[in-house]
Ligand binder design. Sequence first.
Ligand code: PBG
Length: 340
Amino acid sequence: MSPRETPPLSAAIDRATGGTRLRRLRQSDWIRRLVRETDVTTNDLIWPIFVRDGDGEPEPVASMPGVFRRSVNGCAEAAREAYDLGIPVVALFPFTQTAQRDETGSQALDPSNLVCRAVRAIKAAVPEIGVLCDVALDPYTSHGHDGLVKDGRILNDETVELLCRQALVQAEAGCDILGPSDMMDGRVACIRSALDGAGFRDTMIMSYAAKYASAYYGPFRDAVGSSGALKGDKRTYQMDMGNTDEALREARQDIAEGADMIMVKPGMPYLDILTRLVDEFAMPTFAYQTSGEYSVIMAAAQNGWIDGDRAMMESLRAFKRAGAAGILSYFSPRVATLLR
Ligand code: PBG
């Protein structure tokens, strides 16, 4: 049958649809692109990178295919690569050997710790790129927790005092955005006032406002050397996954305390939370596509079970459709390369 002949059901379909055929706008690539509501661009990307002590080549992270721990110089090179690709921000996470960890995470306060050295190296090599640093003690504590522990309990207020000092040390090194990822109560207000008091009024805070206790952090803990160290779990400070109203209360509080941007973490299993926070607060709200989310896609792709690049792009576009201002993703350089 030629398209000009009218098939028997056409009149009935036109009556039913009122003549509106929604498939019309899907018939070719150009029209699909023209009417697309949301898309991911390179401007949406934050690339988390892992820094380690010593020189030499990047060292692969076994549980995160394609992700490496880099020397301080290697981080500066990665930042250059990110800048050349158009990625606005890199986020730094330190790998710390067991021997350098202690009960109070004292390395966090050392102005010449790995993260601070990497920030300085990046700022010297690529001053135009943004740098984000986590504020939390877990890369440095012998027990792997984000805060101080006493008799098996996490001490909130004592931890916040250390976090303020850690934030200052990182701001002094040249960090642009601080990301408190610790989930202690009241830390955003205290960090903001510590920063302002020391003259760092322009240093931004992206709070991990809704951070859930999750199985998806596993590969990250490997990458930073925390997995062997962690005693117990983080459920007394990270959120319970059954809750959404609580995410609103967390975000409202962080915003009132002075957060410039907020984040939801993990990403994909929590898109409903992301959308709810965007609708409620109209703040720049970011999604952290965690290590586990990355590794799940990579593992399936390496087995030939899914098309890795397509699954990657689909996952990132889902964050944008849900309302994210941007995404922290280990895929960032790959995405930026494909978008070029
Ligand atoms: C540490 C921190 C974690 C991540 C970012 N910052 C792990 C944790 O809370 O145990 C996870 C990132 C990822 O899985 O990619 N406070």
